[in-house]
Design a protein around this ligand. Structure first.
Ligand SMILES: *Cc1c(COP(=O)(O)O)cnc(C)c1O
Length: 410
């Protein structure tokens, strides 16, 4: 008899997105004449840029010739890609990262969900709230968060980010071993300044905690004072692992490529007090359980660092950010509080009249035919908030804004 991992039973069903589509479908049936605009998209929509397509074609041709065929690649990723990552993403920002500190993979979602394997199941976890749900669910699967009681995980330390603290998480009063930060943030679109991030790095040092820093949206930062990497903060290499993805940066959500940085000096203790290097542990983990991102895809990723590739992906990013700014400005002009939209493609709206996030969802759907995402789907402190994204088309974004203005200003 095989026995299942009991912690899977602690996971709530994934009702959230099903509930959204059910409400949209019901509305469509009762209002077949109405068109619906989705500003709920959490995925890129513009196609891969020409430089990436060319690299994919060229690499595919190489794979068809005996002289240039590639089988299993190097464990950390190909040198041609890692060199570009180091030069463009780190050296250019005065951060020294070495090749064997970078682990190329097929996604940040899997890396950030898998990384918790390196830590003791009884370690305490602190997670900013609201946030990308993967951090919580992956820790639930390993039994670290206890039980869900009235929507709250009994052993999780929540780090609320709300209007009351200007979306800047406060240091917890209870000691965490592992801290998840995501900046620029999904869903709030907010960022941390260098000083604010420094507070967290110093805190982690003092508590001997590890920060897991998800920087999937760093390419969307427009404010030149905002750090793109946590390693821009002094001492961060002793306390932080950083996750970067080509998904939102270069439209790779369907192609799959990302990388994780684990500095060689980064250590954690065994329960007996012996120091372990996390870089070595992750190397062991990846070489055992993972065989690398494909040659073709790594070639495609390296193409975004060429001058033309860089220019082309910037055009897509600016396209989304222009939409986000249109949303942010229009909502604010209606006298409604909204953050984000400046350094991330997300606009986070405080629902007017203290509506619940689902009531605001229904209001926009029924009166404007616009679909967004209720904040409660990103954690308990997302209640009373609502996410719209810049990932729609320019035309749809403008049309949606016009309809929202009509619907809310009556
Ligand atoms: C989209 C997204 C990712 C990207 O994950 P991939 O697996 O690389 O596509 C990571 N973190 C956050 C917060 C995201 O929104």
């Amino acid at each position: 008899m095989a026995h299942t991992n009991k912690h899977y039973l602690d996971l709530p069903g994934s009702y959230f997105f099903t509930e959204i589509s059910q409400r949209v479908n019901t509305y469509k049936k009762t209002h077949p004449e109405k068109s619906i605009i989705r500003l709920s998209i959490g995925d890129v929509t513009r196609p891969l840029v020409p430089a990436v397509i060319k690299a994919l074609h060229d690499a595919t041709d190489e794979m068809g010739q005996p002289s240039s065929f590639h089988g299993y690649g190097p464990e950390h990723g190909y040198e041609f890609l890692i060199d570009e990552i180091i030069a463009n993403d780190y050296t250019s920002r005065n951060v020294h990262i070495e090749a064997d500190e970078i682990f190329v993979s097929d996604g940040t979602k899997c890396d950030i969900a898998n990384i918790q394997e390196l830590f003791d199941p009884s370690d305490t976890v602190a997670i900013i709230d609201p946030v990308y749900p993967v951090y919580i669910d992956s820790n639930v699967m390993s039994g670290r968060l206890g039980k869900l009681i009235n929507g709250i995980w009994s052993k999780l330390i929540y780090l609320p980010c709300t209007i009351e603290n200007n979306f800047i998480p406060e240091l917890p009063t209870q000691h965490p071993d592992i801290i998840y930060l995501c900046y620029p943030n999904n869903p709030t679109g907010t960022v941390l300044s260098k000083d604010q991030l420094t507070i967290w790095v110093n805190y982690a040092k003092k508590e001997r905690a590890i920060i897991l820093f998800d920087a999937a949206y760093e390419a969307y930062i427009t404010d030149p004072t905002i750090p793109h990497s946590i390693y821009e903060i002094d001492g961060a290499k002793e306390v932080a692992i950083e996750f970067r993805s080509f998904s939102k940066t270069a439209g790779f959500t369907g192609l799959r490529c990302a990388y994780t940085v684990i500095p060689k000096e980064l250590k954690a203790n065994t329960r007996e007090g012996n120091e372990q290097y996390l870089n070595m542990m992750w190397n062991r983990r990846q070489t055992t359980k993972y065989n690398g991102c494909s040659y073709i895809v790594q070639k495609a990723a390296s193409a975004i660092y060429t001058p033309e590739g860089r220019k082309q992906i910037q055009e897509s990013i600016q396209y989304y950010m222009n939409n986000a700014l249109i949303i942010q400005n229009a909502i604010t002009q209606m006298g409604i509080t909204a953050v984000g939209g400046i350094n991330a493609p997300y606009v986070w709206i405080k629902t007017p009249d203290n509506l619940s996030s689902w009531d605001f969802f229904d209001l926009l759907l029924q009166n404007a035919g616009v679909v967004g995402t209720p904040g409660i789907g990103f954690g308990p402190h997302g209640e009373g908030y609502f996410r719209l994204t810049g990932f729609g088309s320019y035309e749809d974004t403008n049309k949606a804004i016009e309809r929202i203005q009509k619907a809310l200003l009556i």
